[in-house]
Design a protein around this ligand. Structure first.
Ligand code: NAD
Ligand code: ZN
Length: 374
């Protein structure tokens, strides 16, 4: 089957010229016990894929990329309950084991077993099932590897979804929605009447904007240097938009001494520090973006104890994927989460390198791939 494989990190831009991802023909083993085979209908490009390509997220190579996707179940391994051939599924990037300390404390997004196998490019129930033309193993990306015609994944990497949800929308529930909306609902637990500022208006930040905007009487400020994203944020329900330079003035005008919640969806320690400055006393910064591991945060230390500010990390939106995706689908059906705004276009997988440029340049929010198209 065809799959987009990364063999070296840190390629030079433009990617349309350096072509870091090559469409290779890979072998895929049948699902083992606890695993499921999925035909990928749509896979989308997230900034975290770009971060693996550019080296901001060091990973074992070669790796078959892609972690946000939806598809149809084609085969079910032994011992898998509740998933049947023909089911439509959303792939999720943390295969929570259900048994580790974090899973037992009802924090499945932080599953330590999943973090371990995701880091080593393996699957929850065993080593890689992907092999290249020479017969050598190829690592999985976040237990998924969705820029491919097919995937074999742990059953824990799947959430069954109603068949009437279009695949273009379904795919984006797996990462953008779980992450951005979960930052608002689960991590910050935004309450009616609060004010929220979101930095970074990619799909993750825009998902946070739309989640916050449908809570009663919440003031939402959306910030991005790319003013093309401002119109989308207003349509997602933001009350006001700004470039980073204009954010402080807007916060001063729209709030009583600062925001209750700031969501950083960029992946920059500098932006995190700027967010802390905009918080009201008692406010919370939710760190969602994934900075390069060498970035360090340096901020005045007194503001935490002295002004009651909080710094909250949010991985996969502190989600419980099956519960949250079901809830987001219902809100989407009710017209309260306009997921369509996140979907820029859908192209054949062969355009994956050009698409890395488009995402890095901010020309697309979510671009989706059809892996089966030439
Ligand atoms: P994206 O590339 O689509 O969007 C990022 C946006 O940030 C762009 O619109 C860009 O113009 C904007 N930006 C750049 N500098 C800025 C600044 N100084 N102030 C405000 N905005 C600025 O990315 P995405 O796919 O939405 O992902 C966003 C971040 O979230 C990435 O770091 C990604 O790796 C991370 N992420 C985290 C998780 C998680 O579980 N925590 C999951 C998925 C993605
Ligand atoms: Zn992602």
């Amino acid at each position: 089957m065809r799959s987009a494989v990364l063999r070296e990190q840190g390629a030079t831009r433009p990617y349309a010229v350096s072509r870091p991802l090559e469409i290779e023909s890979l072998g895929l083993a049948a699902p083992r016990a606890g695993e499921v085979g999925v035909r990928i209908e749509r896979a989308s490009l997230c900034h975290s894929d770009l971060s693996v390509v550019n080296g901001s997220r060091p990973r074992p190579l070669p790796m078959a990329l892609g972690h946000e996707a939806a598809g149809v179940v084609e085969a079910v391994g032994e011992g898998v309950d509740g998933i049947a051939v023909g089911d439509h599924v959303v792939l999720v990037f943390v295969p929570s084991c259900g048994a580790c300390r974090e899973c037992r404390s009802a924090r499945p997004a932080l599953c330590s077993r999943a973090a371990e196998v995701n880091g080593s490019g393996e699957l929850l129930h065993g080593p890689s099932v992907l092999t290249d033309g020479a017969g050598d193993p190829v690592h999985h990306h976040l237990g998924v590897s969705a820029f491919a015609e097919r995937a074999v994944v742990a059953a824990e990497s799947l959430v069954v979804i109603d068949r009437d949800v279009p695949f273009d929308i379904a795919a984006m529930f797996g990462c953008a929605a779980l992450t951005g909306m979960g930052a608002v609902f689960n991590t910050a637990e935004v309450r009616p009447g609060q004010s929220v500022i979101v930095f970074g208006l990619g799909a993750v930040g825009l998902a946070a904007v739309m989640a916050a905007a449908q809570i009663d009487d919440v003031t939402v400020i959306a910030v991005d240097p790319n003013t093309d994203k401002h119109e989308l944020a207003l349509r997602a329900g933001a009350n006001a938009v700004a470039t980073p330079d204009g954010a402080a003035e807007l916060v001063a005008g729209l709030t009583d001494g600062g925001v209750d919640v700031a969501i950083e969806a960029v992946g920059s320690a500098r932006v995190m520090a700027a967010c802390l400055e905009l918080l009201a006393r008692g406010g919370a910064l939710v760190s969602v973006g994934l900075p390069h591991p060498e970035q360090e945060l340096s901020v005045p230390a007194l503001q935490f104890a002295g002004a009651g500010k909080r710094l909250l990390g949010s991985y996969m939106g502190d989600a419980s994927p099956a519960r949250d995706i079901a809830r987001y689908v219902e809100l989407w059906r009710a017209g309260r989460l306009p997921m369509e705004l996140l979907h820029t276009d859908t192209v054949p997988l062969a355009e994956v390198n050009e698409s890395l440029d488009a995402l890095a340049d901010g020309r697309v929010v979510r671009r989706l791939f059809v892996p089966s198209a030439a």
